[in-house]
Structure formats: C-alpha cells, structure tokens
Ligand binder design. Structure first.
Ligand code: ZN
Length: 360
C-alpha cells in the first residue's frame, strides 16, 4: 500500500527503488558449474572392466558407480549455491551413448550435447559460460602407479614447461585461459598426490590404488558424504580457487611409454626427439594441446604391435598364415592404387540429427 502511494510521482518512484535496494538482500548470484567426468577414479571401484564398454558384464556396474558419484557431487554443488550444473563425458568408454544414464542423473543437472563431435577439454572453453569446473572420477598421471593411471590415453606423458601433468591440470590450464578455476576433483590416493600443484581444490579420495588394475575402495557411503560436503565447500569458497594461466611461449613435450612409442621419429629432420620424447615450443596452450594430440596419434601407432603378438600366440603355422595374408593384402592395395582401382574411404561426417557427447 505504501508503495502504491510512493509510485504516484517520479520522485516517489525513486524513493521506492532506493528503499527497496537498502532493505533487501543482494540479488542471487549466478554460479554455473561444468562437471567433467571420467570413469577410472570412481568410489567403490577396483575392477578396470567396469570402465570399459566392451565388458558388458562389468560396465553397467561402472555406470552405477559413476551416477552415484555424480549425484553426490551435484547435490553438494547445489547445496553450496550453484545455480546451473552441466555434466560432460570426458571418458571415452567406447559407448556410442554417454556413460551417464540420463534417467538416473539428478534432474537439476544437464548433460552437454552438441550437433557435431567436440573435444571436451578444449572446445567447450569460452568466456562467461561457466564460473567453475569440477572433475569427477579422475585418474593419476602415467607413471604415478595409480589405478588405471594414464594421461589422455595409454602410455602417454604430457609435459608442460618441463613438468609432467595430469589430465586434471590439463583441464585447469584449458579453462584458465578464460579465467575459470577448477574447484574440486575426485579420484584415488595417487591422483591426490599428483595434484599438490592445485592446493586450492577440494579433493575427495575414493580409493587406495594398489596397482594399475587393483585398488582398495574406501567405504562408499563415507566417500559420498565427503563428496557432497566438499562440493558444497568448493562452490561456497570458489573465490579462493585459482585459475591456472600459462603465459606463452610454452615448452610442450610428449613422452611415450609402452604400449605407445615415439621411437619411429628418431632421425626425422625438424623434430626435437630424444628418449621417446618429442618437445616443441608453442605460442599458447591451444597450440601446445593441438601439437601434443598430433604426437599422440603418432605414438599410438605402435599399439598395433599387439596384433603381431596375438598372431604369434596362435602358433607358428597360424602366425605364418596371417603374415602371408597381411603381405598379400598390402601388395594388392599397392597394385590397386597403381591401377587406379582404389580410392580412400570417404571421411565420416557428423550424422544429421545425432547428438554428440564428445569427440566421437
Ligand atoms: Zn577415462
């Protein structure tokens, strides 16, 4: 009623606005959080088959671990004041669908989909889209003896300015370009040790790694309670988190360990190669990332050495038969190309109407 009286003149309107401004709480702040999930650092998990789509006996259990961890974290993020939570698949289980079972995800969270394939760590990065980033179910870096420890893919080590980094730091550097910090990570005890480089994060230990393929999980209910509390704190105290900025030029390096290898590059002109490592200088993080991924595509060519081992394991006669067949197919391809009978298969294009949740 008083307001109605004040609104009868322009001065009155101003008085109404001023008195409203003085006596009310500040307008609610937007807190938009992007949650990356991987699938190796989950609570309750100790069997590597649970994060692999082609292991249909175990993968559904892994999906259950994943959704339970995500929902605990998402609950905590909203408790802490998040206004929007998006979830993106950063695992790559081989499943054409996301590992997250949408029907089981906290309905307040949205999954990230695009109409064409995208690189989760770099292509989502844009200013003023998110205020903080969280990474759930992550793994330690190659060589750190964590559960399923690796960096990006099998047998790969990332080096930035002379230091080896985890994928969690990779996410930090990528989002640091637009001033957005990583505020929380979950994973095993080895990853916690790797992440002393990010002292501001809320970290929840899900298990103790005993080998790359075994772990002692911590009590799951305890872990989920910790996740919820840590996520709440991470949002509430997000101003203490530090965006990770890199100033160019960046010295980037890729080191390969079996089953990957860069040894094929030894002696190639124009390449700085030594001890299964290639190093290069990049003007910024984006260029460093692109160069590292290009080198990974070289390093992973040696995965196919495993085929030779498979052939050999079938006995000498079968190994010779496979070897002859390979040789004949190789020879025939050359003859077909030279005869103009062969053209490469067309590049795969994004299918119209398909929703993509990552790189493929
Ligand atoms: Zn993964």
């Amino acid at each position: 009623m008083r307001t109605a009286v004040l609104l009868t003149s322009g001065v009155g309107l101003m008085a109404a606005i001023l008195s409203f401004g003085a006596g009310s709480p500040p307008p609610p702040q937007r807190v938009r959080v992007l949650v990356y999930h991987d699938m190796e650092g989950l609570a309750g998990q100790s069997d590597p088959a649970t994060f692999r789509f082609n292991h249909q006996d175990a993968y559904p259990t892994g999906r259950k671990y994943l959704i339970d961890d995500l929902n605990a974290v998402i609950g905590g993020l909203f408790d802490g004041g998040a206004t929007e939570v998006h979830v993106v698949d950063a695992h790559g289980s081989g499943n054409p669908d996301p590992d997250v079972v949408t029907a089981d995800l906290d309905p307040r969270a949205k999954q990230v989909f695009r109409d064409r394939p995208f690189r989760q760590y770099v292509d989502l990065v844009a200013p003023d889209v998110y205020d903080a980033v969280v990474a759930v179910g992550m793994h330690a870096k190659t060589g750190s003896r964590g559960f399923a420890s690796h960096t990006y893919t099998l047998g790969i080590e990332f080096q930035i300015n002379g230091k080896t980094i985890t994928e969690s730091e990779l996410v930090g550097f990528s989002w640091g370009r637009v001033g957005v910090p990583v505020i929380m990570v979950t994973g095993d005890d080895r990853l916690q040790r790797d992440l002393v480089t990010m002292p501001w994060i809320q970290y929840v230990v899900t298990k103790q790694a005993t080998a790359a393929d075994s772990a002692i999980p911590r009590p799951v209910a305890t872990v989920h309670a910790e996740m919820r509390a840590a996520a709440r704190r991470a949002v509430a105290e997000r101003n203490r988190a530090k965006p990770m900025t890199l100033r160019g030029p960046i010295e980037a390096g890729l080191k390969a360990y079996a089953p990957a290898s860069l040894a094929i590059l030894e002696g190639v002109p124009g390449i700085n190669y030594r001890d299964n490592t290639v190093t290069f200088s990049a003007p910024d993080f984006g260029a460093a990332y692109d160069g590292l991924v290009a080198l990974i595509n070289v390093a992973r060519q040696s995965y196919s050495d495993i085929y030779r081992e498979m052939f050999a394991a079938r006995g000498e006669a079968e190994a010779q038969r496979m070897s002859r067949e390979f040789s004949d197919r190789l020879f025939q391809r050359w003859l077909d190309v030279e005869s103009g009978r062969w053209s490469p298969p067309p590049p795969t294009r994004p299918a119209a109407g398909r929703r993509y949740h990552g790189a493929n």
